[in-house]
Design a protein around this ligand. Structure first.
Ligand code: GTP
Length: 217
C-alpha cells in the first residue's frame, strides 16, 4: 500500500452547509452535533464559521466539514459564495417562528441560484422542545415532500433528532458518491476531494457515533 493511502484518514470528505434565517438555531445545531453542547445565549454568526467532525457510518470513515452561515441579510454575499462547494445543505427554520418557515422558500431559491444541482437538501424544523410552536409537523413535512427533501424536527437544546438529521444527510451523499464519484465535482475543483480515497487505511481520526440521541419529535 502506498504511503498516501496509509495516511488517508477518511474515505469521504463531505462538505455541508447550514442555512436559514437568523436565530433559528443553526449554530446551536452545529454545536450540539460537533461538541454535544448547547448554549442559551445568542451570539449571532458573523459571516461564516465551520467545524470538522469525523464519524464512522456504515463502515465508511467520513470527515464532515460543516459550514455554519450567518442568517442575517447583510452577510448574504459572503455566505452565498459557500453554496457552490456544498454537497449537502440543511435548510433550517424555527418551529416557533412562522416567518422563518416562510423564508425557506427564499432559501430554496438561493440554493437554486448558487449551489450545484446535485446538492442534497434536508429540511429542519428546529426548537421542537418549545411549547409555543406555530408551525406544526405536517406543514414542514408537506413542504419537504413537495420539494423532494427529507424532513426532521430537531431540538439542539434537548438533543432531539440532531444526530439523525446529520446521519441521514451523510448517508444520502455517500450513496450519491458511490453511484457517481464525480457527482459533486462539477463547478468546483475543490470538491474532487470528495471522491472516495480508494484503499484508505483504518487509521481515521475521531469517529464519533452517528446514531443515538433521543427520539425524533
Ligand atoms: P445567526 O447566527 O444569527 O444566523 O443565528 P443562528 O441560526 O445560528 O441561531 P443560534 O444557534 O445562535 O440560536 C439562536 C437562539 O436560539 C439562541 O438563544 C439559542 O439558545 C436558541 N436555540 C437554538 N436552538 C434551540 C433549540 O433547539 N431549542 C430552544 N429552546 N432554543 C434554541
Amino acid at each position: 500500500m502506498s504511503k498516501g493511502r496509509k495516511n488517508a484518514k477518511h474515505d469521504y470528505l463531505l462538505k455541508l452547509l447550514l442555512i436559514g434565517d437568523s436565530s433559528v438555531g443553526k449554530s446551536c445545531l452545529l454545536l450540539r452535533y460537533s461538541d454535544g453542547n448547547f448554549t442559551s445565549s445568542y451570539i449571532t454568526t458573523i459571516g461564516i464559521d465551520f467545524k470538522i467532525k469525523n464519524i464512522t457510518q456504515a463502515g465508511h470513515k467520513l470527515k464532515l466539514q460543516i459550514w455554519d452561515t450567518a442568517g442575517q441579510e447583510r452577510f448574504r454575499t459572503i455566505t452565498s459564495a459557500y453554496y457552490r462547494g456544498a454537497m449537502g445543505i440543511f435548510l433550517v427554520y424555527d418551529v416557533t417562528d412562522e416567518t422563518s418557515f416562510t423564508s425557506v422558500q427564499n432559501w430554496m431559491k438561493q440554493i437554486d441560484e448558487n449551489a450545484e444541482k446535485q446538492v442534497v437538501r434536508v429540511l429542519i424544523g428546529n426548537k421542537c422542545d418549545m411549547p409555543t410552536r406555530t408551525v406544526d409537523y405536517a406543514r414542514g413535512k408537506k413542504f419537504a415532500d413537495d420539494n423532494g427533501m427529507a424532513f426532521f424536527e430537531t431540538s439542539a437544546k434537548e438533543d432531539i433528532c440532531v444526530n439523525e438529521a446529520f446521519a441521514h444527510m451523510a448517508e444520502s451523499i455517500v450513496n450519491k458518491l458511490k453511484s457517481d464519484p464525480d457527482a459533486f465535482a462539477g463547478s468546483n475543483p475543490k470538491t474532487q476531494s470528495a471522491k472516495k480515497l480508494r484503499g484508505a487505511s483504518s487509521d481515521g481520526a475521531g469517529g464519533s457515533g452517528s446514531a443515538g440521541g433521543k427520539a425524533c419529535c
